[in-house]
Design a protein around this ligand. Structure first.
Ligand code: PLP
Length: 386
């Protein structure tokens, strides 16, 4: 055991500006969805650099995915194809709407959804494809969108890990899918504590998602009480949800978004330092983004190579003994009782995901780490494997 303080797997990086903005919000009298949530949506659209894009702030990525799938009309009898190597939120939203999930394996090089397997999984019931940009590395969206076009399918991107990921120099969120959803959960590349952003160029989809975000109301509270002609009147046009982002959360988002470019520089620095330091170890290092593109480095995921002398559990225990938190992304969906039993899934159906799972460790990589923290992780990993 070490005498050093525990280094957690993830920590948020919140500065004085975020704190001051939250205090300002608390003092402003408007603490639920209001002017700051609106400003955050505008700032996010500016960040994406596309005036045609509509940004809809929500209280989680899970909510955003649910709204996007609801807005494309997903329902009972439909199927959505997604990766088994993801967090359950990606798939559970499909079940919220009574549709079914068709899980497919990953490409072992990228750990992203296997593009060829998507095409093989399409049935007459398939309505949409739901790719996940795993760890912050873009899915080959050009190939995926081509499949979707040829088969008349909708595409909703789970970009919980993918801010600011690029593909062919275009930011994820600006490609040609129906909608993209980002997460601002506490451990993400920027955070609002809990939060998310649904992004789309489809005006109808945006309109539906805005209404369903707040109870299916024709006008939200901010709109009603601040419009030129204030009005208490609203109409319910559908049984909507309670998915709005508060101004307290948006206050964090406004400043986190400003800091995102600097965060990205630091994440890349740490990833490069890890890559150099681990090059000679029995590890499969994370895949790199193609030349000229950005990997968001939400996660730094290594896989133990065949010649490693310890297994994943021993590795994680060794890191813990050195006072360092690690994680595993993910226990694949096909292994969880709910998904396994509902669809009669076995590990043999997902050999690449299963193999990755058995060897995968996510190491701490976040901007609140000091250089000394980074070196400490390196020393601990080398101590276990060198
Ligand atoms: C791949 C993926 N999708 C969706 C989510 C859900 O995000 P949120 O916690 O903002 O609902 C997460 C959260 O960790 C995730 O990792």
């Amino acid at each position: 055991m070490t005498s050093q303080p525990f280094l957690p797997f993830a920590l948020p990086d919140l500065g004085d500006d975020e704190i001051a903005e939250v205090v300002d919000t608390l003092k402003s009298g408007w603490i639920t969805t209001g002017p700051k949530a609106k400003r955050f949506e505008q700032a996010f659209a500016e960040f994406l650099g596309d005036p045609q894009i509509e940004c809809i702030a929500v209280n989680s990525a899970t909510a955003g995915l649910h709204l996007a799938l609801e807005a494309i009309g997903l329902g009972p009898g439909d199927e959505v194809i997604t990766t088994t190597h993801t967090f359950t939120a990606t798939a559970e939203v499909v079940r919220y709407l009574g549709a079914d999930v068709k899980l497919v394996d990953i490409d072992p090089k990228t750990m992203n959804i296997d593009i060829a397997a998507i095409e093989a999984a399409i049935t007459p019931k398939t309505k949409a494809i739901l790719p996940v940009h795993y760890a912050g590395l873009a899915v080959d969206m050009l190939a995926l969108l081509d499949i979707a076009r040829r088969h008349g399918l909708r595409v909703v991107e789970d970009a919980a890990h993918a801010l600011p990921t690029t593909l062919e120099k275009e930011l994820i969120g600006t490609l040609g899918s129906d909608a993209t959803v980002f997460s601002f959960y506490a451990n993400k590349t920027m955070t609002t504590g809990e939060g998310g952003m649904l992004v789309t160029r489809n005006r109808e989809l945006a309109k539906r998602a805005r209404v369903m975000r707040l109870h299916g109301m024709s006008r939200d509270a901010f709109d009603r009480f601040t419009a030129k002609v204030p009005s208490w009147y609203y109409e319910i046009v559908a049984p909507g949800f309670k998915y709005n982002l508060t101004d307290i959360a948006a206050a964090l988002g406004l400043h986190q978004l400003k800091r995102l470019p600097a965060f990205q520089v630091r994440r890349e620095q740490i990833a490069e330092r890890f890559n150099d330091a681990f090059a000679d170890l029995p590890l499969i290092l994370p895949p790199q983004a193609p030349e000229g593109d950005t990997h968001a480095w939400h996660l730094y995921v290594v896989r133990l190579a065949d010649d490693a002398t310890i297994n994943r559990d021993e590795f994680i225990e060794g890191m813990f003994a050195a006072g360092i938190g690690c994680s595993v992304h993910y226990v694949p969906l096909h292994q969880h009782p709910y998904w396994r039993d509902r669809y009669g899934l076995t590990p043999e159906q997902f050999p690449q995901s299963q193999k990755a799972y058995e060897r995968t460790i996510s190491l701490p990589l976040y901007t609140a780490m000091s250089d000394a923290d980074v070196e400490r992780v390196i020393q601990a990993v080398r101590g276990l494997l060198a």
